[in-house]
Design a protein around this ligand. Structure first.
Ligand SMILES: [Zn+2]
Length: 316
């Protein structure tokens, strides 16, 4: 095989086939495991990769116009960012913690001064939350949006990481939330992000992790392989080693997998595509099976065996 690990460029082994299951196209793609770092790499990126991102791929969340919902959401987000309150803690118990906000909070940002860039931000789901919290220096890029988006207090540009490097822009915090695994050249992107960071700036990566219980249990039916959209699924040690060799320090990390690793993968095993599973907030949190799987996920997270994590690196 010609393809090398897309993270550490070592030989691959143990090739297996994974079907497209989000939309039920069921076309088969080859993935292999790195002999060295145990990351998963898609062997060949399809020429027409955009075919696998149909219009309904992005489930962009609309901002609610309900004042009570907005108030509750604002309290919860403030709590996730580290400004804990009694009400915020109660809401968190019910609704769970937003890992992106929690990770940003760990970086102790100054709402007025800290510049935050969300890479692959879609229509600004996370940035809207930061905007409501009073962050004044936020922006996003997404090469797949139709055109630039001008929100009242911030902008989203139809640009790539490489475009910003050319413009010599700098940021204090750069976040990629479930974006890294979609990049065609992940290592080059990490090098470019380093160029975009101010000294001691932070990179927040939220991504599936290959060395997890769910991949061991479900193999090709583990839903986070998400063929062929996920091009590299790193292992935790593999990602840590590459980043540290490049000039990043690992500052914080936490595994934040949830019941979906079981609920969706069980259905994939039965051949049911995600689009037919009709999962929603209630079904993924409050059904008896979901509660059981949620507790199991929590236990796996404490052992670093959950199927995704949030990692905060700091530029040396
Ligand atoms: Zn590797």
């Amino acid at each position: 095989m010609d393809t090398k690990c897309r993270l550490c460029f070592t030989e691959l082994e143990d090739t297996f086939h994974v079907e497209e299951m989000m939309f039920g196209i069921k076309e088969s793609f080859e993935y292999s495991i790195c002999k060295n770092c145990k990351s998963l790499s898609l062997d060949k990126i399809p020429d027409n990769i955009s075919k696998y991102y149909p219009e309904n791929y992005y489930s962009f969340a609309e901002q609610s116009s309900n004042k009570l919902i907005n108030w509750v959401s604002k309290k919860k987000c403030a709590n996730d960012l580290g400004n804990t309150s009694f009400i915020g803690k109660i809401i968190r118990l019910i609704a769970g913690r937003n890992s992106n906000l929690y990770a940003i909070g760990l970086c102790k940002p100054d709402k007025d001064k800290t510049s935050i860039l969300d890479v692959g931000c879609g229509e600004g789901y996370l940035l809207d939350k930061l905007d409501v919290q009073g962050f004044n220096s936020i922006s996003g890029i997404d090469p797949y949006i139709f055109e630039d988006i001008h929100k009242p207090n911030y902008k989203i540009y139809k640009k790539s990481i490489e475009d910003l490097v050319e413009e010599k822009l700098k940021f204090d915090i750069i976040i990629l939330s479930h974006v890294f695994e979609h990049l065609e050249h992940p290592k080059t992107s990490l090098e470019n992000i380093l160029k975009l960071l101010n000294p001691k700036g932070y990179l927040i990566l939220r991504t599936p992790m290959s060395m997890c219980f769910a991949f061991n249990k479900y193999g090709k039916n583990w839903f986070q392989i998400d063929a062929p959209r996920h091009i590299l699924i790193p292992s935790f040690p593999g990602l840590k080693n590459i980043c540290e060799s490049m000039g990043y320090d690992l500052k914080y990390y936490f595994f934040d997998s949830d019941s979906k690793q079981f609920l969706i993968s069980e259905n994939y095993k039965k051949g049911i595509p995600l689009i037919s599973q009709k999962l929603n907030f209630i079904k993924t949190r409050f059904y008896p099976k979901a509660i059981y799987f949620g507790l199991k996920a929590h236990k796996l997270n404490t052992k670093n065996l959950g199927d995704q994590s949030t990692i905060v690196f700091q530029k040396k």
